[in-house]
Each structure stands twice: as structure tokens, then as C-alpha cells.
Design a protein around this ligand. Structure first.
Ligand code: URA
Length: 426
């Protein structure tokens, strides 16, 4: 005999009520068991979307999603566990240099990641462009790699927060993704189940992000930090600009190549800045003192990257895949590059084959875009602005169409835009 009915809970939320902890526990569990039907959860998700949830409801909802599955049981490590999550962006490869950097500085970083959907890339898709690299690790393999190397990037196991897996797929098809309590509980349930003790969240703001405006992004950041506090995970949220692509590379292999440049002491200034800021917060939460900017500049973390790839059967010396077709995008006029719209570049890279439309689709490892200039640079009409890479020639025209209007060239130099907007500490 079930203690509640879905209908009474949907009605309560529809009418603006606050759900009690036992109702939240029941509905999340009953949905995972298949007792609550998809159409009932759709109605409840829409009621939550429209009426929101209190901080207490959101924290309980998160805990119920964690309890819907198993927690990753990591043996006690000598190194402090700390993780990072990004709400998703264009050219956002920061996980790749960050894991080896933190591991080099003495932390253990258990990055359980997903694949890309839509215009934002997925970390696993990027790393799978390294010949041989394997995303599917057992819990025992994750634990031993953390102990030995300190950095691991692996596919989230199906038993980790299964309620979120089901609910996320449902939200995707019911226009209920963009709800702050639902996004925050979805992200945090997976990180809490993974067992990290500290977490830094990179909350992106701008056209290439989930949250297009600062007030909504700030509200999401505050909600994430408060769930962390309620769950005993030391949490910091960094608000960062996502109105233009990060770095020069957008795609899979091209982002791996750019990450390697950063790990070897070079790379684009914005990738280095964001990696360093996130690393400093992670080190602070982990209670470690190190100089991440100095470590990056020295190239020392590159050896940890190589060890991380090898541990997952990847060959760090093998050439990365190259695209069959490369097309130039040229500057429309002389002037300063005032805008490179992140969303349009993300969609164009996706059209070239770097991303997928359905979760079972394959991605092209060599597809993507490599910029030749960043916002603020002086460009000349007809000179290359970017190169489009793909294995499917017929994808080039739709990608170019996506980029129409994505580039703005002006006679006056644009105001610099800070990459780091704010840091919220729990
Ligand atoms: N990422 C997640 O994991 N969940 C959301 O709801 C949105 C982004």
C-alpha cells in the first residue's frame, strides 16, 4: 500500500503549496520504481517549473534523488577529494587540464561526466578522440586510479542517481529543463552520489550557456551552494562569462589539442585564467596549498595528463584525428572583432558533427571549429577568422548559415569583458 497518491502531490504543488519531506521522498522513489507514471511526473515537473521550490524542498528533492541509487563507494584516500562541474558552455574544455593539474597539486578528482547534447560539448566525447581511451570504468578502477594518479574522467555509472537520469529525459521533452530547483537538484544529486567532499561549480552566463542572464545565473549559483551546504559538501560557485567561446577550439580533438597546449605551459589566456581560478578554489576547499598558475606554466601537469590517459588505455603520443574537410570563414570587414556569439559557434560546431541530436548518435572526433582571432582583435576583410573542420562536406553550408550574424566587426575597440564575474562561497 502506497502512503500517498501522485495526484494529491501534483495538486498541492499546482496550488503553490510546499511539499513535505515524506511526500518528496515518496514521489521520487515511486517514480524511480515506475509506480508514478511519466505523465504524472510531467505534470509535477511543470508545477515545479511554474511555482518553484523552497530551499528546504530543493535540498530534500536532491537527497531523495541521491537515495534513488547507490553512492560510489570510494575507499578512504590519503588525498582530499574535490570535484568541479560546469553548467556547460562552448569551447569549455577546462575539465581536461584541471583534473591533471589538481592531481599534480595533491588532490583526487573523481570526474564522472556525461556526453554532450545539443550545442554544448561533452567531456567524454572530447576525450574519446584520444586513440584507445576508454570512458567506462568500474568503481574499483575509478578508486585505484584516484589513489595512484589522482585524476580520473569516466562515464557516470547507471546506478548513480537513477531518478535524475529518468527525470532529466522527461524534462527534456516536456519543456521543464529551465527550472532552477530542478537543474540544481539534478547537478548536485550526481555530485553528492559520486562522494566528493568539496565541489567547485562553474556557472556559465551568456548566449552559449543555459542561463542567458546574470540574475538567473546568480540564482542558480546560490541554489547550488545552498544544496551543497545542506548536504555537507563544501561548495563554491564561480560565475563566468559564456557570451563568446572559451579559447580558440570548439569541438572534440581540437579541444584536446588546445588542452595539451595549456598543460605544456602555453595555450590561450582565457583557458589558462579560468583553469587557474577554478583550481585555486578547489585547492582552497581541499585544504591544499599550491600555485596552480606556476604549475601550469612549468608544464609539470602534462606528465599527470599522460598518466591519466594511459591508465584508461589512451595513447598520449598517437596523432589526434584530423578532419577530411576544412573550410575557412573570413572576416566580413576591416575592424575590431566586437562579438563572436558563443551560441552560434556552438550550434555550428554541432552541425559540423562535433555534437549529437539524439543521445544514441555518434559524434565525429575531428569535427569542430578553430578560431583564428578572439574578441577585441583587429581583423582585415577577407582574412581567416576561423576554420570549420568536418568529415561530412555537406555539413559545411548549414554550419556557415548558422554563423551568419554571429560575428560583429566594429570601427571602435570593444570594452574588455571580464571572464570571471563573481565567486560565491558557501
Ligand atoms: N545539467 C544537469 O546535469 N542537469 C540539468 O538539469 C541541467 C544541466
Amino acid at each position: 500500500m502506497e502512503p500517498f497518491t501522485a495526484v494529491e502531490i501534483i495538486r498541492e504543488k499546482r496550488d503553490g503549496g510546499e511539499l513535505s519531506p515524506d511526500r518528496i521522498d515518496w514521489i521520487v522513489d515511486a517514480y524511480t520504481r515506475g509506480v508514478v507514471a511519466e505523465e504524472q511526473m510531467s505534470a509535477l515537473a511543470m508545477a515545479i517549473y511554474l511555482n518553484g521550490m523552497t530551499a528546504a524542498e530543493t535540498a530534500r528533492w536532491t537527497a531523495a534523488m541521491v537515495d534513488s541509487g547507490e553512492r560510489l563507494s570510494l575507499p578512504k584516500l590519503v588525498k582530499p577529494l574535490v570535484d568541479k562541474h560546469s553548467t556547460g558552455g562552448v569551447g569549455d574544455k577546462i575539465t581536461l587540464p584541471l583534473g591533471p593539474l589538481l592531481a599534480h597539486c595533491g588532490a583526487a578528482v573523481p570526474q564522472l561526466s556525461g556526453r554532450g547534447l545539443g550545442h554544448t560539448g561533452g567531456t567524454l566525447d572530447k576525450l574519446e578522440s584520444v586513440p584507445g581511451w576508454r570512458a567506462g570504468l568500474s568503481a574499483a578502477e575509478i578508486a585505484s586510479q584516484l589513489a595512484e594518479i589522482g585524476a580520473v574522467v569516466a562515464a557516470a555509472t547507471p546506478t548513480l542517481a537513477p531518478a535524475d537520469r529518468k527525470l532529466y529525459a522527461l524534462r527534456d521533452v516536456t519543456a521543464t529543463v529551465e527550472s532552477i530547483p530542478l537543474i540544481a537538484s539534478s547537478i548536485m544529486s550526481k555530485k553528492i552520489a559520486e562522494g566528493t567532499s568539496a565541489l567547485v561549480l562553474d556557472v556559465k552566463v551568456g548566449s552559449g550557456a543555459f542561463m542567458k542572464d546574470l540574475p538567473r545565473a546568480r540564482e542558480l549559483a546560490e541554489t547550488l551552494v545552498s544544496i551543497g551546504a545542506a548536504s555537507g559538501v563544501r561548495t563554491t560557485a564561480v560565475l563566468s562569462d559564456m557570451s563568446a567561446p572559451i579559447g580558440y577550439a570548439i569541438g572534440n580533438a581540437v579541444e584536446v589539442a588546445e588542452s595539451v597546449e595549456v598543460l605544456r605551459g602555453g595555450g590561450p589566456a582565457d583557458v589558462v585564467e579560468l583553469t587557474t581560478v577554478l583550481a585555486e578554489e578547489m585547492l582552497r576547499l581541499a585544504g591544499l596549498s599550491a600555485d596552480p598558475a606556476g604549475v601550469l606554466a612549468s608544464g609539470a601537469a602534462y606528465q599527470t595528463w599522460r598518466a591519466m590517459l594511459r591508465a584508461q588505455d589512451g595513447d598520449p603520443d598517437a596523432p589526434l584525428p584530423a578532419a577530411a574537410h576544412v573550410r575557412e570563414l573570413t572576416a566580413p570587414a576591416d575592424g575590431y572583432l566586437a562579438e563572436l556569439d558563443a551560441y552560434s559557434f556552438g550550434v555550428a560546431a554541432w552541425r559540423l558533427g562535433a555534437g549529437r541530436t539524439r543521445k544514441e548518435d555518434p559524434v565525429q572526433h575531428a569535427a569542430g571549429i578553430v578560431l583564428n582571432a578572439k574578441r577585441g582583435a583587429w581583423v582585415r576583410a577577407g582574412e581567416p577568422l576561423a576554420w570549420l573542420h568536418t568529415d561530412t562536406e555537406e555539413a559545411i553550408e548549414p554550419a556557415l548559415a548558422e554563423l551568419e550574424g554571429a560575428v560583429t566587426v566594429t570601427a571602435t575597440e570593444p570594452e574588455p569583458r571580464p571572464l570571471i564575474i563573481d565567486v560565491l562561497r558557501g
